[in-house]
Write a protein that binds this ligand. Structure first.
Ligand SMILES: [Zn+2]
Ligand SMILES: [Zn+2]
Length: 118
């Protein structure tokens, strides 16, 4: 089994949410970026994986008010638009890391590694 990377530190900053992972990687996510990628059932159709969330309904200045740990696999954010159901598994957060290094490596990786079913 793949070694799970866990967050060492989570900080909700003015401009972004910063997660320091225990492998040393530092991820920053603009608030609205992460809010629009909420993987919960009311934002994403569970059957098709298609987005049900209309980005126009999410305020430009939406931000995380608070966060909490869910078990040992996810973070839950409380968003300022009163959306509280989004649970972001660590793996999901890592694969959506918005830092420059990850953006570049994703752009360069044409062959996507398929994730094994769990
Ligand atoms: Zn959601
Ligand atoms: Zn990154």
């Amino acid at each position: 089994m793949e070694q799970a990377v866990l967050p060492k530190e989570v900080q909700v900053l003015d401009q972004a949410i910063m997660i320091l992972w225990d492998d040393g990687h530092r991820s920053t996510y603009p608030h609205r970026y992460l809010r629009l990628r909420c993987p919960c059932a009311s934002c994403v159709d569970e059957m098709t994986g298609r987005a049900r969330l209309d980005p126009d309904t999410v305020p430009q200045d939406v931000s995380a008010l608070d966060h909490m740990q869910v078990g040992n696999y996810a973070l839950q954010f409380l968003w300022s638009d009163a959306h509280y159901t989004g649970i972001y598994p660590y793996r999901y957060l890592i694969s959506h890391c918005a830092c420059i290094a990850c953006g570049e490596s994703r752009a360069g990786a044409n062959a996507q590694v398929s994730e094994p079913e769990e």
